[in-house]
Design a protein around this ligand. Structure first.
Ligand SMILES: [Zn+2]
Length: 325
């Protein structure tokens, strides 16, 4: 017989909502992983279908582990209002996602307070969780696009428009048109998509993924190696600029392109020699270590911190402050 709910220990679920998958981790009060699961994301069926799928996954993990949910954290693709849990803008992959009140919809389904963060913010929190040294850090996600996030004084910096840390769309790295329509952004060299495109322009061979370009580079293809060197140099310069402005000593680089860290690293190291911050503080640029768990872990961490002062069953996150490391 299952125990009745109020005798069960509590746990926090972190949910990573992307365009193709919804992944979730159930974690205890110390952040240890109790259970994990993944389902297909019904992104084309609309926000309610996404919330249904995420809530069903969270419920299943909690039930299997014999836990109640004390809080829910979400790392969601798109521009997120973390104070209201509403998705502000999203790519066309997601039907009926912009404007969707994800936080309230999940809270109603799961009976627990919900914290929603942008997925790149959650990624950075996930990489820093349990790491006391990570007080002032830039996070850069090299995926389909290039996302960014920044933690200052141990706190995720959202900015007045929720766009703090968005280094992927800062200019000066090339003369190539970006996915956003502007010219020369970091994303034009460093996203997985861009790596395939830049290789195609120079080799005449179209349609290769970043992973396939990496395989070519490792097999001795000089053009492929050059494309990764350009990406690595651009990422390093972006990190050095951010470090110079914000006095950061660390940047964590995640996303699928980091599978080619061996190809990025020589250019990163070379750029750090020639373009290190004038503060003289050594900037460390390191690859992410938590892989596909980082977003869900960071989402859970954000929820734990946001709701740590609340008793079980509290629903109103509106008066709570930002996630603190
Ligand atoms: Zn751009």
């Amino acid at each position: 017989m299952p125990e009745i709910a109020h005798h069960m220990p509590a746990a926090v679920v972190g949910i990573d909502i992307g365009g193709t998958k919804i992944a979730a981790l159930l974690v205890d009060g110390q952040g240890e992983i109790l259970a994990r699961g993944v389902v297909d994301a019904p992104a084309r069926e609309g926000g309610r279908a996404m919330a249904d799928a995420a809530a069903a996954l969270a419920r299943e993990l909690a039930a299997d582990a014999g836990r109640t949910l004390s809080a829910v954290g979400v790392g969601a693709a798109g521009v997120v209002d973390h104070e209201t849990g509403i998705i502000r803008a999203a790519s066309e992959t997601f039907a009926d996602w912009a404007g969707f009140p994800l936080g309230d919809e999940l809270s109603a389904r799961l009976g627990a307070p919900v914290r929603v963060e942008n997925d790149v913010n959650a990624f950075l929190l996930g990489e820093l969780d349990h790491d006391d040294s990570g007080d002032d850090v830039l996070g850069v996600m090299l995926g389909t696009g290039v996302g960014g996030a920044v933690v200052l004084d141990g706190q995720l910096r959202h900015g007045p428009h929720g766009a703090a840390g968005e280094i992927g769309h800062t200019p000066g790295y090339s003369d190539i048109r970006c996915t956003c329509g502007q010219i020369g952004h970091l994303e034009t060299l460093a996203s997985g998509t861009s790596i395939g495109l830049r290789y195609a322009e120079r080799s005449g061979e179209t349609g290769l993924t970043a992973r396939e370009v990496a395989d070519r580079a490792r097999a001795g293809d000089a053009v492929a190696a050059d494309v990764f060197a350009a990406a690595g140099r651009a990422v390093a310069l972006a990190c050095a600029s951010a470090a110079g402005i914000l006095d950061l000593d660390r940047a964590v680089i995640g996303g699928g392109v980091v599978n080619a860290w061996d190809l990025l690293l020589p250019a990163i190291e070379a750029a750090l020699v020639t373009d290190s911050p004038v503060s003289g503080v050594r900037l460390e640029i390191m690859p992410a270590t938590r892989g596909s768990d980082a977003v869900a872990l960071g989402a859970a961490a954000a929820a734990r911190r946001a709701f740590s002062g609340l008793g079980a069953g509290a629903h109103d996150p509106s008066e709570l402050e930002g996630a603190t490391l």
